[in-house]
Design a protein. Structure first.
Length: 94
């Protein structure tokens, strides 16, 4: 649950297919779950964060998709540990 709180607060989940200067479906906000407990926790924390946004005057709905996890594929090598490389740090807040 702590990880999900960091997830919700670490990006703008109200934008569809966009994070920062990047846009398109690869940049959508998404949570993929493996168990029903994970799904329920994701949905519960989404509702909590939506209420927090409303309290802060943000009326936009959360666009994050919550779906069952499928097969996992690693990104290309040049995408691995992107923020850890010199000159790239700080772009992603997570």
């Amino acid at each position: 649950e702590d990880l999900l709180h960091r997830f919700w607060e670490g990006h703008d989940p109200t934008t569809q297919n966009r994070q920062g200067n990047d846009f398109g479906t690869p940049y959508r906000s998404a949570i993929y779950y493996s168990t029903e407990e994970q799904r329920a926790t994701a949905e519960r924390t989404r509702a909590q964060f939506q209420e927090l946004l409303r309290a802060r005057g943000v009326d936009a709905p959360i666009a994050t998709e919550i779906l069952p996890a499928g097969e996992y594929f690693y990104a290309e090598g040049y995408h691995q540990q992107y923020d850890a490389r010199p000159g790239n740090g700080g772009y992603c807040g997570l």
